[in-house]
Design a protein around this ligand. Structure first.
Ligand code: FMN
Length: 265
């Protein structure tokens, strides 16, 4: 990075957890320059007046077309993928997850993902209703995503009472946990294996089945020979909530709060 600050490109989607984007931006700004891009749906949850000035202007789909007039003009999604050291998608909606897994590129955020250089880290923090999280689509899409490169990291959602009133897994991990994970990635570029078994453990049998299936599907580069893959994945999961939480204290300079923020998935 030639002595400069790390560059975090934060993409936010139409999950109610986008109400926490301002807090996440402030945490990331402790150790990085941050640009914020949003989907059209995300705008419903983000109050621009709450955002730190450093991340303004917010980049939406219209920004792509505002700066392009003629051949030779810069193309924003290509400029952004070049600028960023890490791409963080938080919160990641079920819809954008599906689009990412299938290579769709119909807005600024998914165009950046489609053009992403997978030698650089991609960190995603899914957030959705617990029924969406438990859907078999979710595990398929996360599987596909984590197999795109060794630098794809999933910060799993947590269990709590969701904004819709349902109780269960699906709430976005706390901003402190996401920021700490991002900081860790930036310190150790290229060192990361997928963080978790992609997909929701809807029951113990299907979870086990899913892990076995994922084990068979994993390309060689994802294998961690020193311990069985299933165990390794579980350890990685545990690490996300405990070790990263401890590091969150360093990021924030204060008490780490894990998954207790109120409101929002
Ligand atoms: C009030 C409200 C809250 C929502 N919360 C979520 C959520 O937490 N996670 C999710 O995946 N979708 C959620 N949705 C649905 C998404 O907004 C919808 O799928 C949208 O198309 C996502 O677009 P995007 O992925 O381009 O941002 C919510 C919708 C509404 C109206």
């Amino acid at each position: 990075m030639d002595g400069r600050r790390p560059r975090v490109l934060l993409g936010s989607t139409g999950s109610v957890a986008s109400i926490k984007v301002s807090a996440l931006c402030r945490l990331l700004l402790h150790f990085a320059d941050v640009k914020l891009m949003v989907t059209r749906s995300a705008k419903n949850f983000i109050n621009e007046a709450d955002l730190p000035t450093e991340v303004m202007p917010v980049l939406g789909d219209e920004a792509e077309w505002r700066q392009w007039r003629a051949v030779g003009d810069p193309v924003l999604h290509i400029e952004l993928r070049r600028w960023a050291d890490v791409l963080v998608v938080a919160p990641l909606s079920a819809n954008t997850l599906a689009k990412m897994a299938n290579g769709l590129a119909d807005n600024l955020l998914t165009c950046v993902v489609r053009a992403w250089d997978f030698t650089k880290p991609l960190l995603v923090a899914p957030a959705m209703n617990t029924a969406m999280w438990a859907s078999p689509f979710t595990s398929r899409h996360l599987d596909t995503l984590t197999q795109l490169g060794v630098n794809v990291v999933v910060v799993p959602p947590v269990s709590k009472r969701l904004a819709c009133g349902d109780e269960g897994t699906g709430a976005m991990a706390a901003p402190e946990v996401i920021a700490a994970q991002c900081q860790k990635i930036l310190r150790l570029p290229g060192q990361f294996a997928p963080m978790m078994p992609a997909g929701p453990p809807s029951d113990s049998t299907s979870h086990e089945g899913h892990l076995q299936q994922q084990e068979q599907q994993q390309p060689k580069q994802h294998e961690q020979p020193e311990q069985p893959r299933q165990e390794a994945l579980m350890l990685a999961c545990a690490e996300t909530s405990t070790e990263a939480a401890a590091e969150a204290a360093a990021v924030t300079g204060g008490e780490a709060v894990v998954a207790t923020a109120s409101g929002g998935n």
